[in-house]
Ligand binder design. Structure first.
Ligand code: G16
Length: 552
């Protein structure tokens, strides 16, 4: 069936678009790992068109609220980005990504009209349907201007909207799901930022209820000088008194240039160093959020200032082991299975530990939580984390029902069951969430009465290194499908050279892929020895530098 464009609506769109002209770039914009991301001054028109797509998506989804988040997360302060959130709080359905790309690249009013018509007809979008969009932004100054571009598109398309101001990315995901489930039997939570803190703090109190005692040592949180700082402070106000001793550093949101600058999860993970403002003594527990608080990683120093990282792989293994124990103790191990989803960036030692010690199945996907989430959602309990600290644990409807119905046969079974049920509320079910993951890790350490030392002792990481190479055209780097991005299809000469280099190192593994959030290719390497790893990655970077660009 063919749908016609609403001429009045389209006139309003063209009029509004005049204030947000497309940046004069030759290259096409693409919807990458986490939406559009680039220098903020190029984004006005892109955000405007995202508003149009979000409005159409809402109409397609029977008027359910669609989320739009304006953030560039771990990127430097001069960047910004925008992404669309689907009705249950998950990332935009992949079939719609090309529509968003198509619209952002329309260069003339005619092309914009064609794109609009194309979406309406191929996705079969009813013009008369209700439409609603809710949105938020991180602390970047450019966010305020981009919000105006978004509002212009929403007003032109007669779309109802709610502006939630400054939030973390996972808070916006939470609000999308809460908004769309408000009339259901089991609403996801109160539709407010306050409701988010209330849900998390209540679940946290219940989850630590059966722990012998709260963690006896303080934990310090590096907030990357981003939105995580004020939001973590608000969360602390809601937590039960004395439950956790939390110190906050890097909370200067009034200095935009400090955002992610020598601090935050991405800096700590990639440089394998402590962040700015680090004052920890040996074995003090520290963690870092990223710029929009959807990633978290832990770390500490040993005596002699040896740096030790407890990254996303560590959080995944900690969570899977703990939840597995609870399932067993609750008497549900015959009914509920657990699986782990990782990407190629997972340290080989973590995968081995999961398979050999935890006896759990590991599945691999391409980079991007949007890929991991879908695989994890198919499991009874799906634990997914990227090594960079982005991830969560999904409980299927089936698992939640089994937990609800199960009659415990002993006090121990009852306690395990109560803790499990609390985790289903504590852990953000829409997307990786640094604040929720933080409470999860603290809960587990309290139950196990572990310090960072015992946590680190579960397995030994293979030495690894992640580097970035600047190339003239990152789109020239494409991966062979089905290899979890571990093999390059193009440029044709690169993969054979990587294979040749890797073959010279014991336990060597190395792959190269184009980043979907930065204008660079990433090079990941592992080997049996630290100096081998450094050497391996340096050689691959040198080759890429000589081949198609310049290495940093
Ligand atoms: C985003 C994605 C993550 C991904 C990261 C890096 O994180 O949500 O899943 O791992 O980008 O992606 P790439 O290697 O393609 O640049 P964030 O925290 O920046 O939104």
């Amino acid at each position: 069936m063919a749908y016609d464009i609403n001429e009045d609506e389209f006139k309003a769109i063209l009029k509004a678009a005049e204030d947000w002209p497309r940046a004069d770039t030759l290259a096409d914009f693409s919807y990458g790992t986490a939406g559009f991301r680039m220098r903020a001054d190029l984004l006005d028109y892109v955000v405007f068109t995202v508003g149009l797509v979000a409005s159409l998506r809402s109409r397609k989804c029977a008027g359910n609220a669609i989320g739009v988040m304006i953030t560039a997360s771990h990127n430097p302060a001069e960047d910004n980005g925008v992404k669309i959130v689907d009705p249950m709080g998950e990332m935009l359905m992949s079939d719609w990504e090309p529509y968003a790309k198509f619209m952002a690249n329309a260069r003339t009013p005619e092309q914009l009209r064609n794109c609009f018509m194309h979406i309406i007809n191929t996705a079969q979008v009813h013009d008369h349907n209700a439409r609603k969009v809710i949105f938020a932004r991180d602390t970047r100054p450019s966010g305020a201007r981009l919000v105006r571009a978004l509002k212009a598109a929403l007003e032109a398309t007669n779309t109802e909207y709610v502006d939630y101001g400054i939030l973390t990315t996972p808070q916006l995901h939470y609000l999308v799901k809460a908004t769309n489930t408000v009339k259901m039997d089991k609403p996801y939570g109160e539709v407010s930022e306050e409701g988010y803190y209330k849900k998390l703090s209540k679940a946290f109190s219940e989850a630590i209820n059966h722990a012998t005692r709260p963690p006896s040592t303080p934990v310090t949180v590096d907030c990357a000088n981003g939105v995580g700082a004020p939001k973590m402070k608000k969360l602390i106000e809601h937590l039960p008194e004395g439950a956790l001793d939390i110190q906050i550093v890097n909370d200067r949101i009034e200095s935009p240039e400090d955002l992610n600058n020598h601090c935050g999860a991405d800096f700590v993970k990639t440089s394998q160093r402590v962040p700015q403002s680090f004052t920890g003594k040996a074995f003090d527990r520290w963690c870092s959020l990223d710029g929009d608080a959807d990633r978290i990683i832990y770390y500490f120093v040993e005596e002699g200032k040896v740096f030790r990282l407890l990254d996303g792989d560590r959080i995944a293994t900690l969570a899977a082991a703990f939840i597995g124990e609870l399932v067993r103790k609750a008497g549900l191990d015959e009914v509920i299975t657990i699986a782990i989803v990782q990407t190629a960036y997972a340290n080989g030692a973590s995968t081995k530990y999961v398979e050999q010690n935890l006896k759990l199945k590991v599945e691999f996907t391409n980079t991007g939580v949007k890929h991991l989430h879908h695989v994890a959602a198919m499991k009874d309990i799906g634990v997914y984390f990227e090594a960079n600290g982005h991830g969560t644990v999904l409980f299927s409807e089936r698992a939640v029902k089994a937990m609800r119905k199960h009659q415990p046969q002993s006090t121990a079974q009852m306690e395990a069951l109560e803790t499990l049920r609390a985790l289903t509320d504590l852990i953000n079910q829409t997307v990786g969430d640094a604040l929720s993951d933080f409470l999860l890790v603290e809960t587990i350490l309290a139950h196990k009465e572990w310090t960072v030392k015992e946590w680190l002792a579960t397995y030994t990481d293979l030495p690894n290194k992640l580097a970035k190479c600047l190339v003239t055209d990152r789109s020239a780097y494409t991966s062979v499908p089905g290899t979890a991005e571990q093999r390059l299809a193009t440029p044709a000469r690169v993969q054979p050279k990587i294979d040749e280099i890797v073959s010279k190192y014991r336990d060597g593994r190395c792959f190269v892929r184009a980043s979907g959030t930065e204008d660079a290719v990433r090079v990941y390497g592992e080997a049996a020895e630290v100096y081998d790893t450094e050497d391996l990655v340096a050689k691959v970077c040198d080759f890429i530098g000589s081949y198609g660009g310049k290495s940093p």
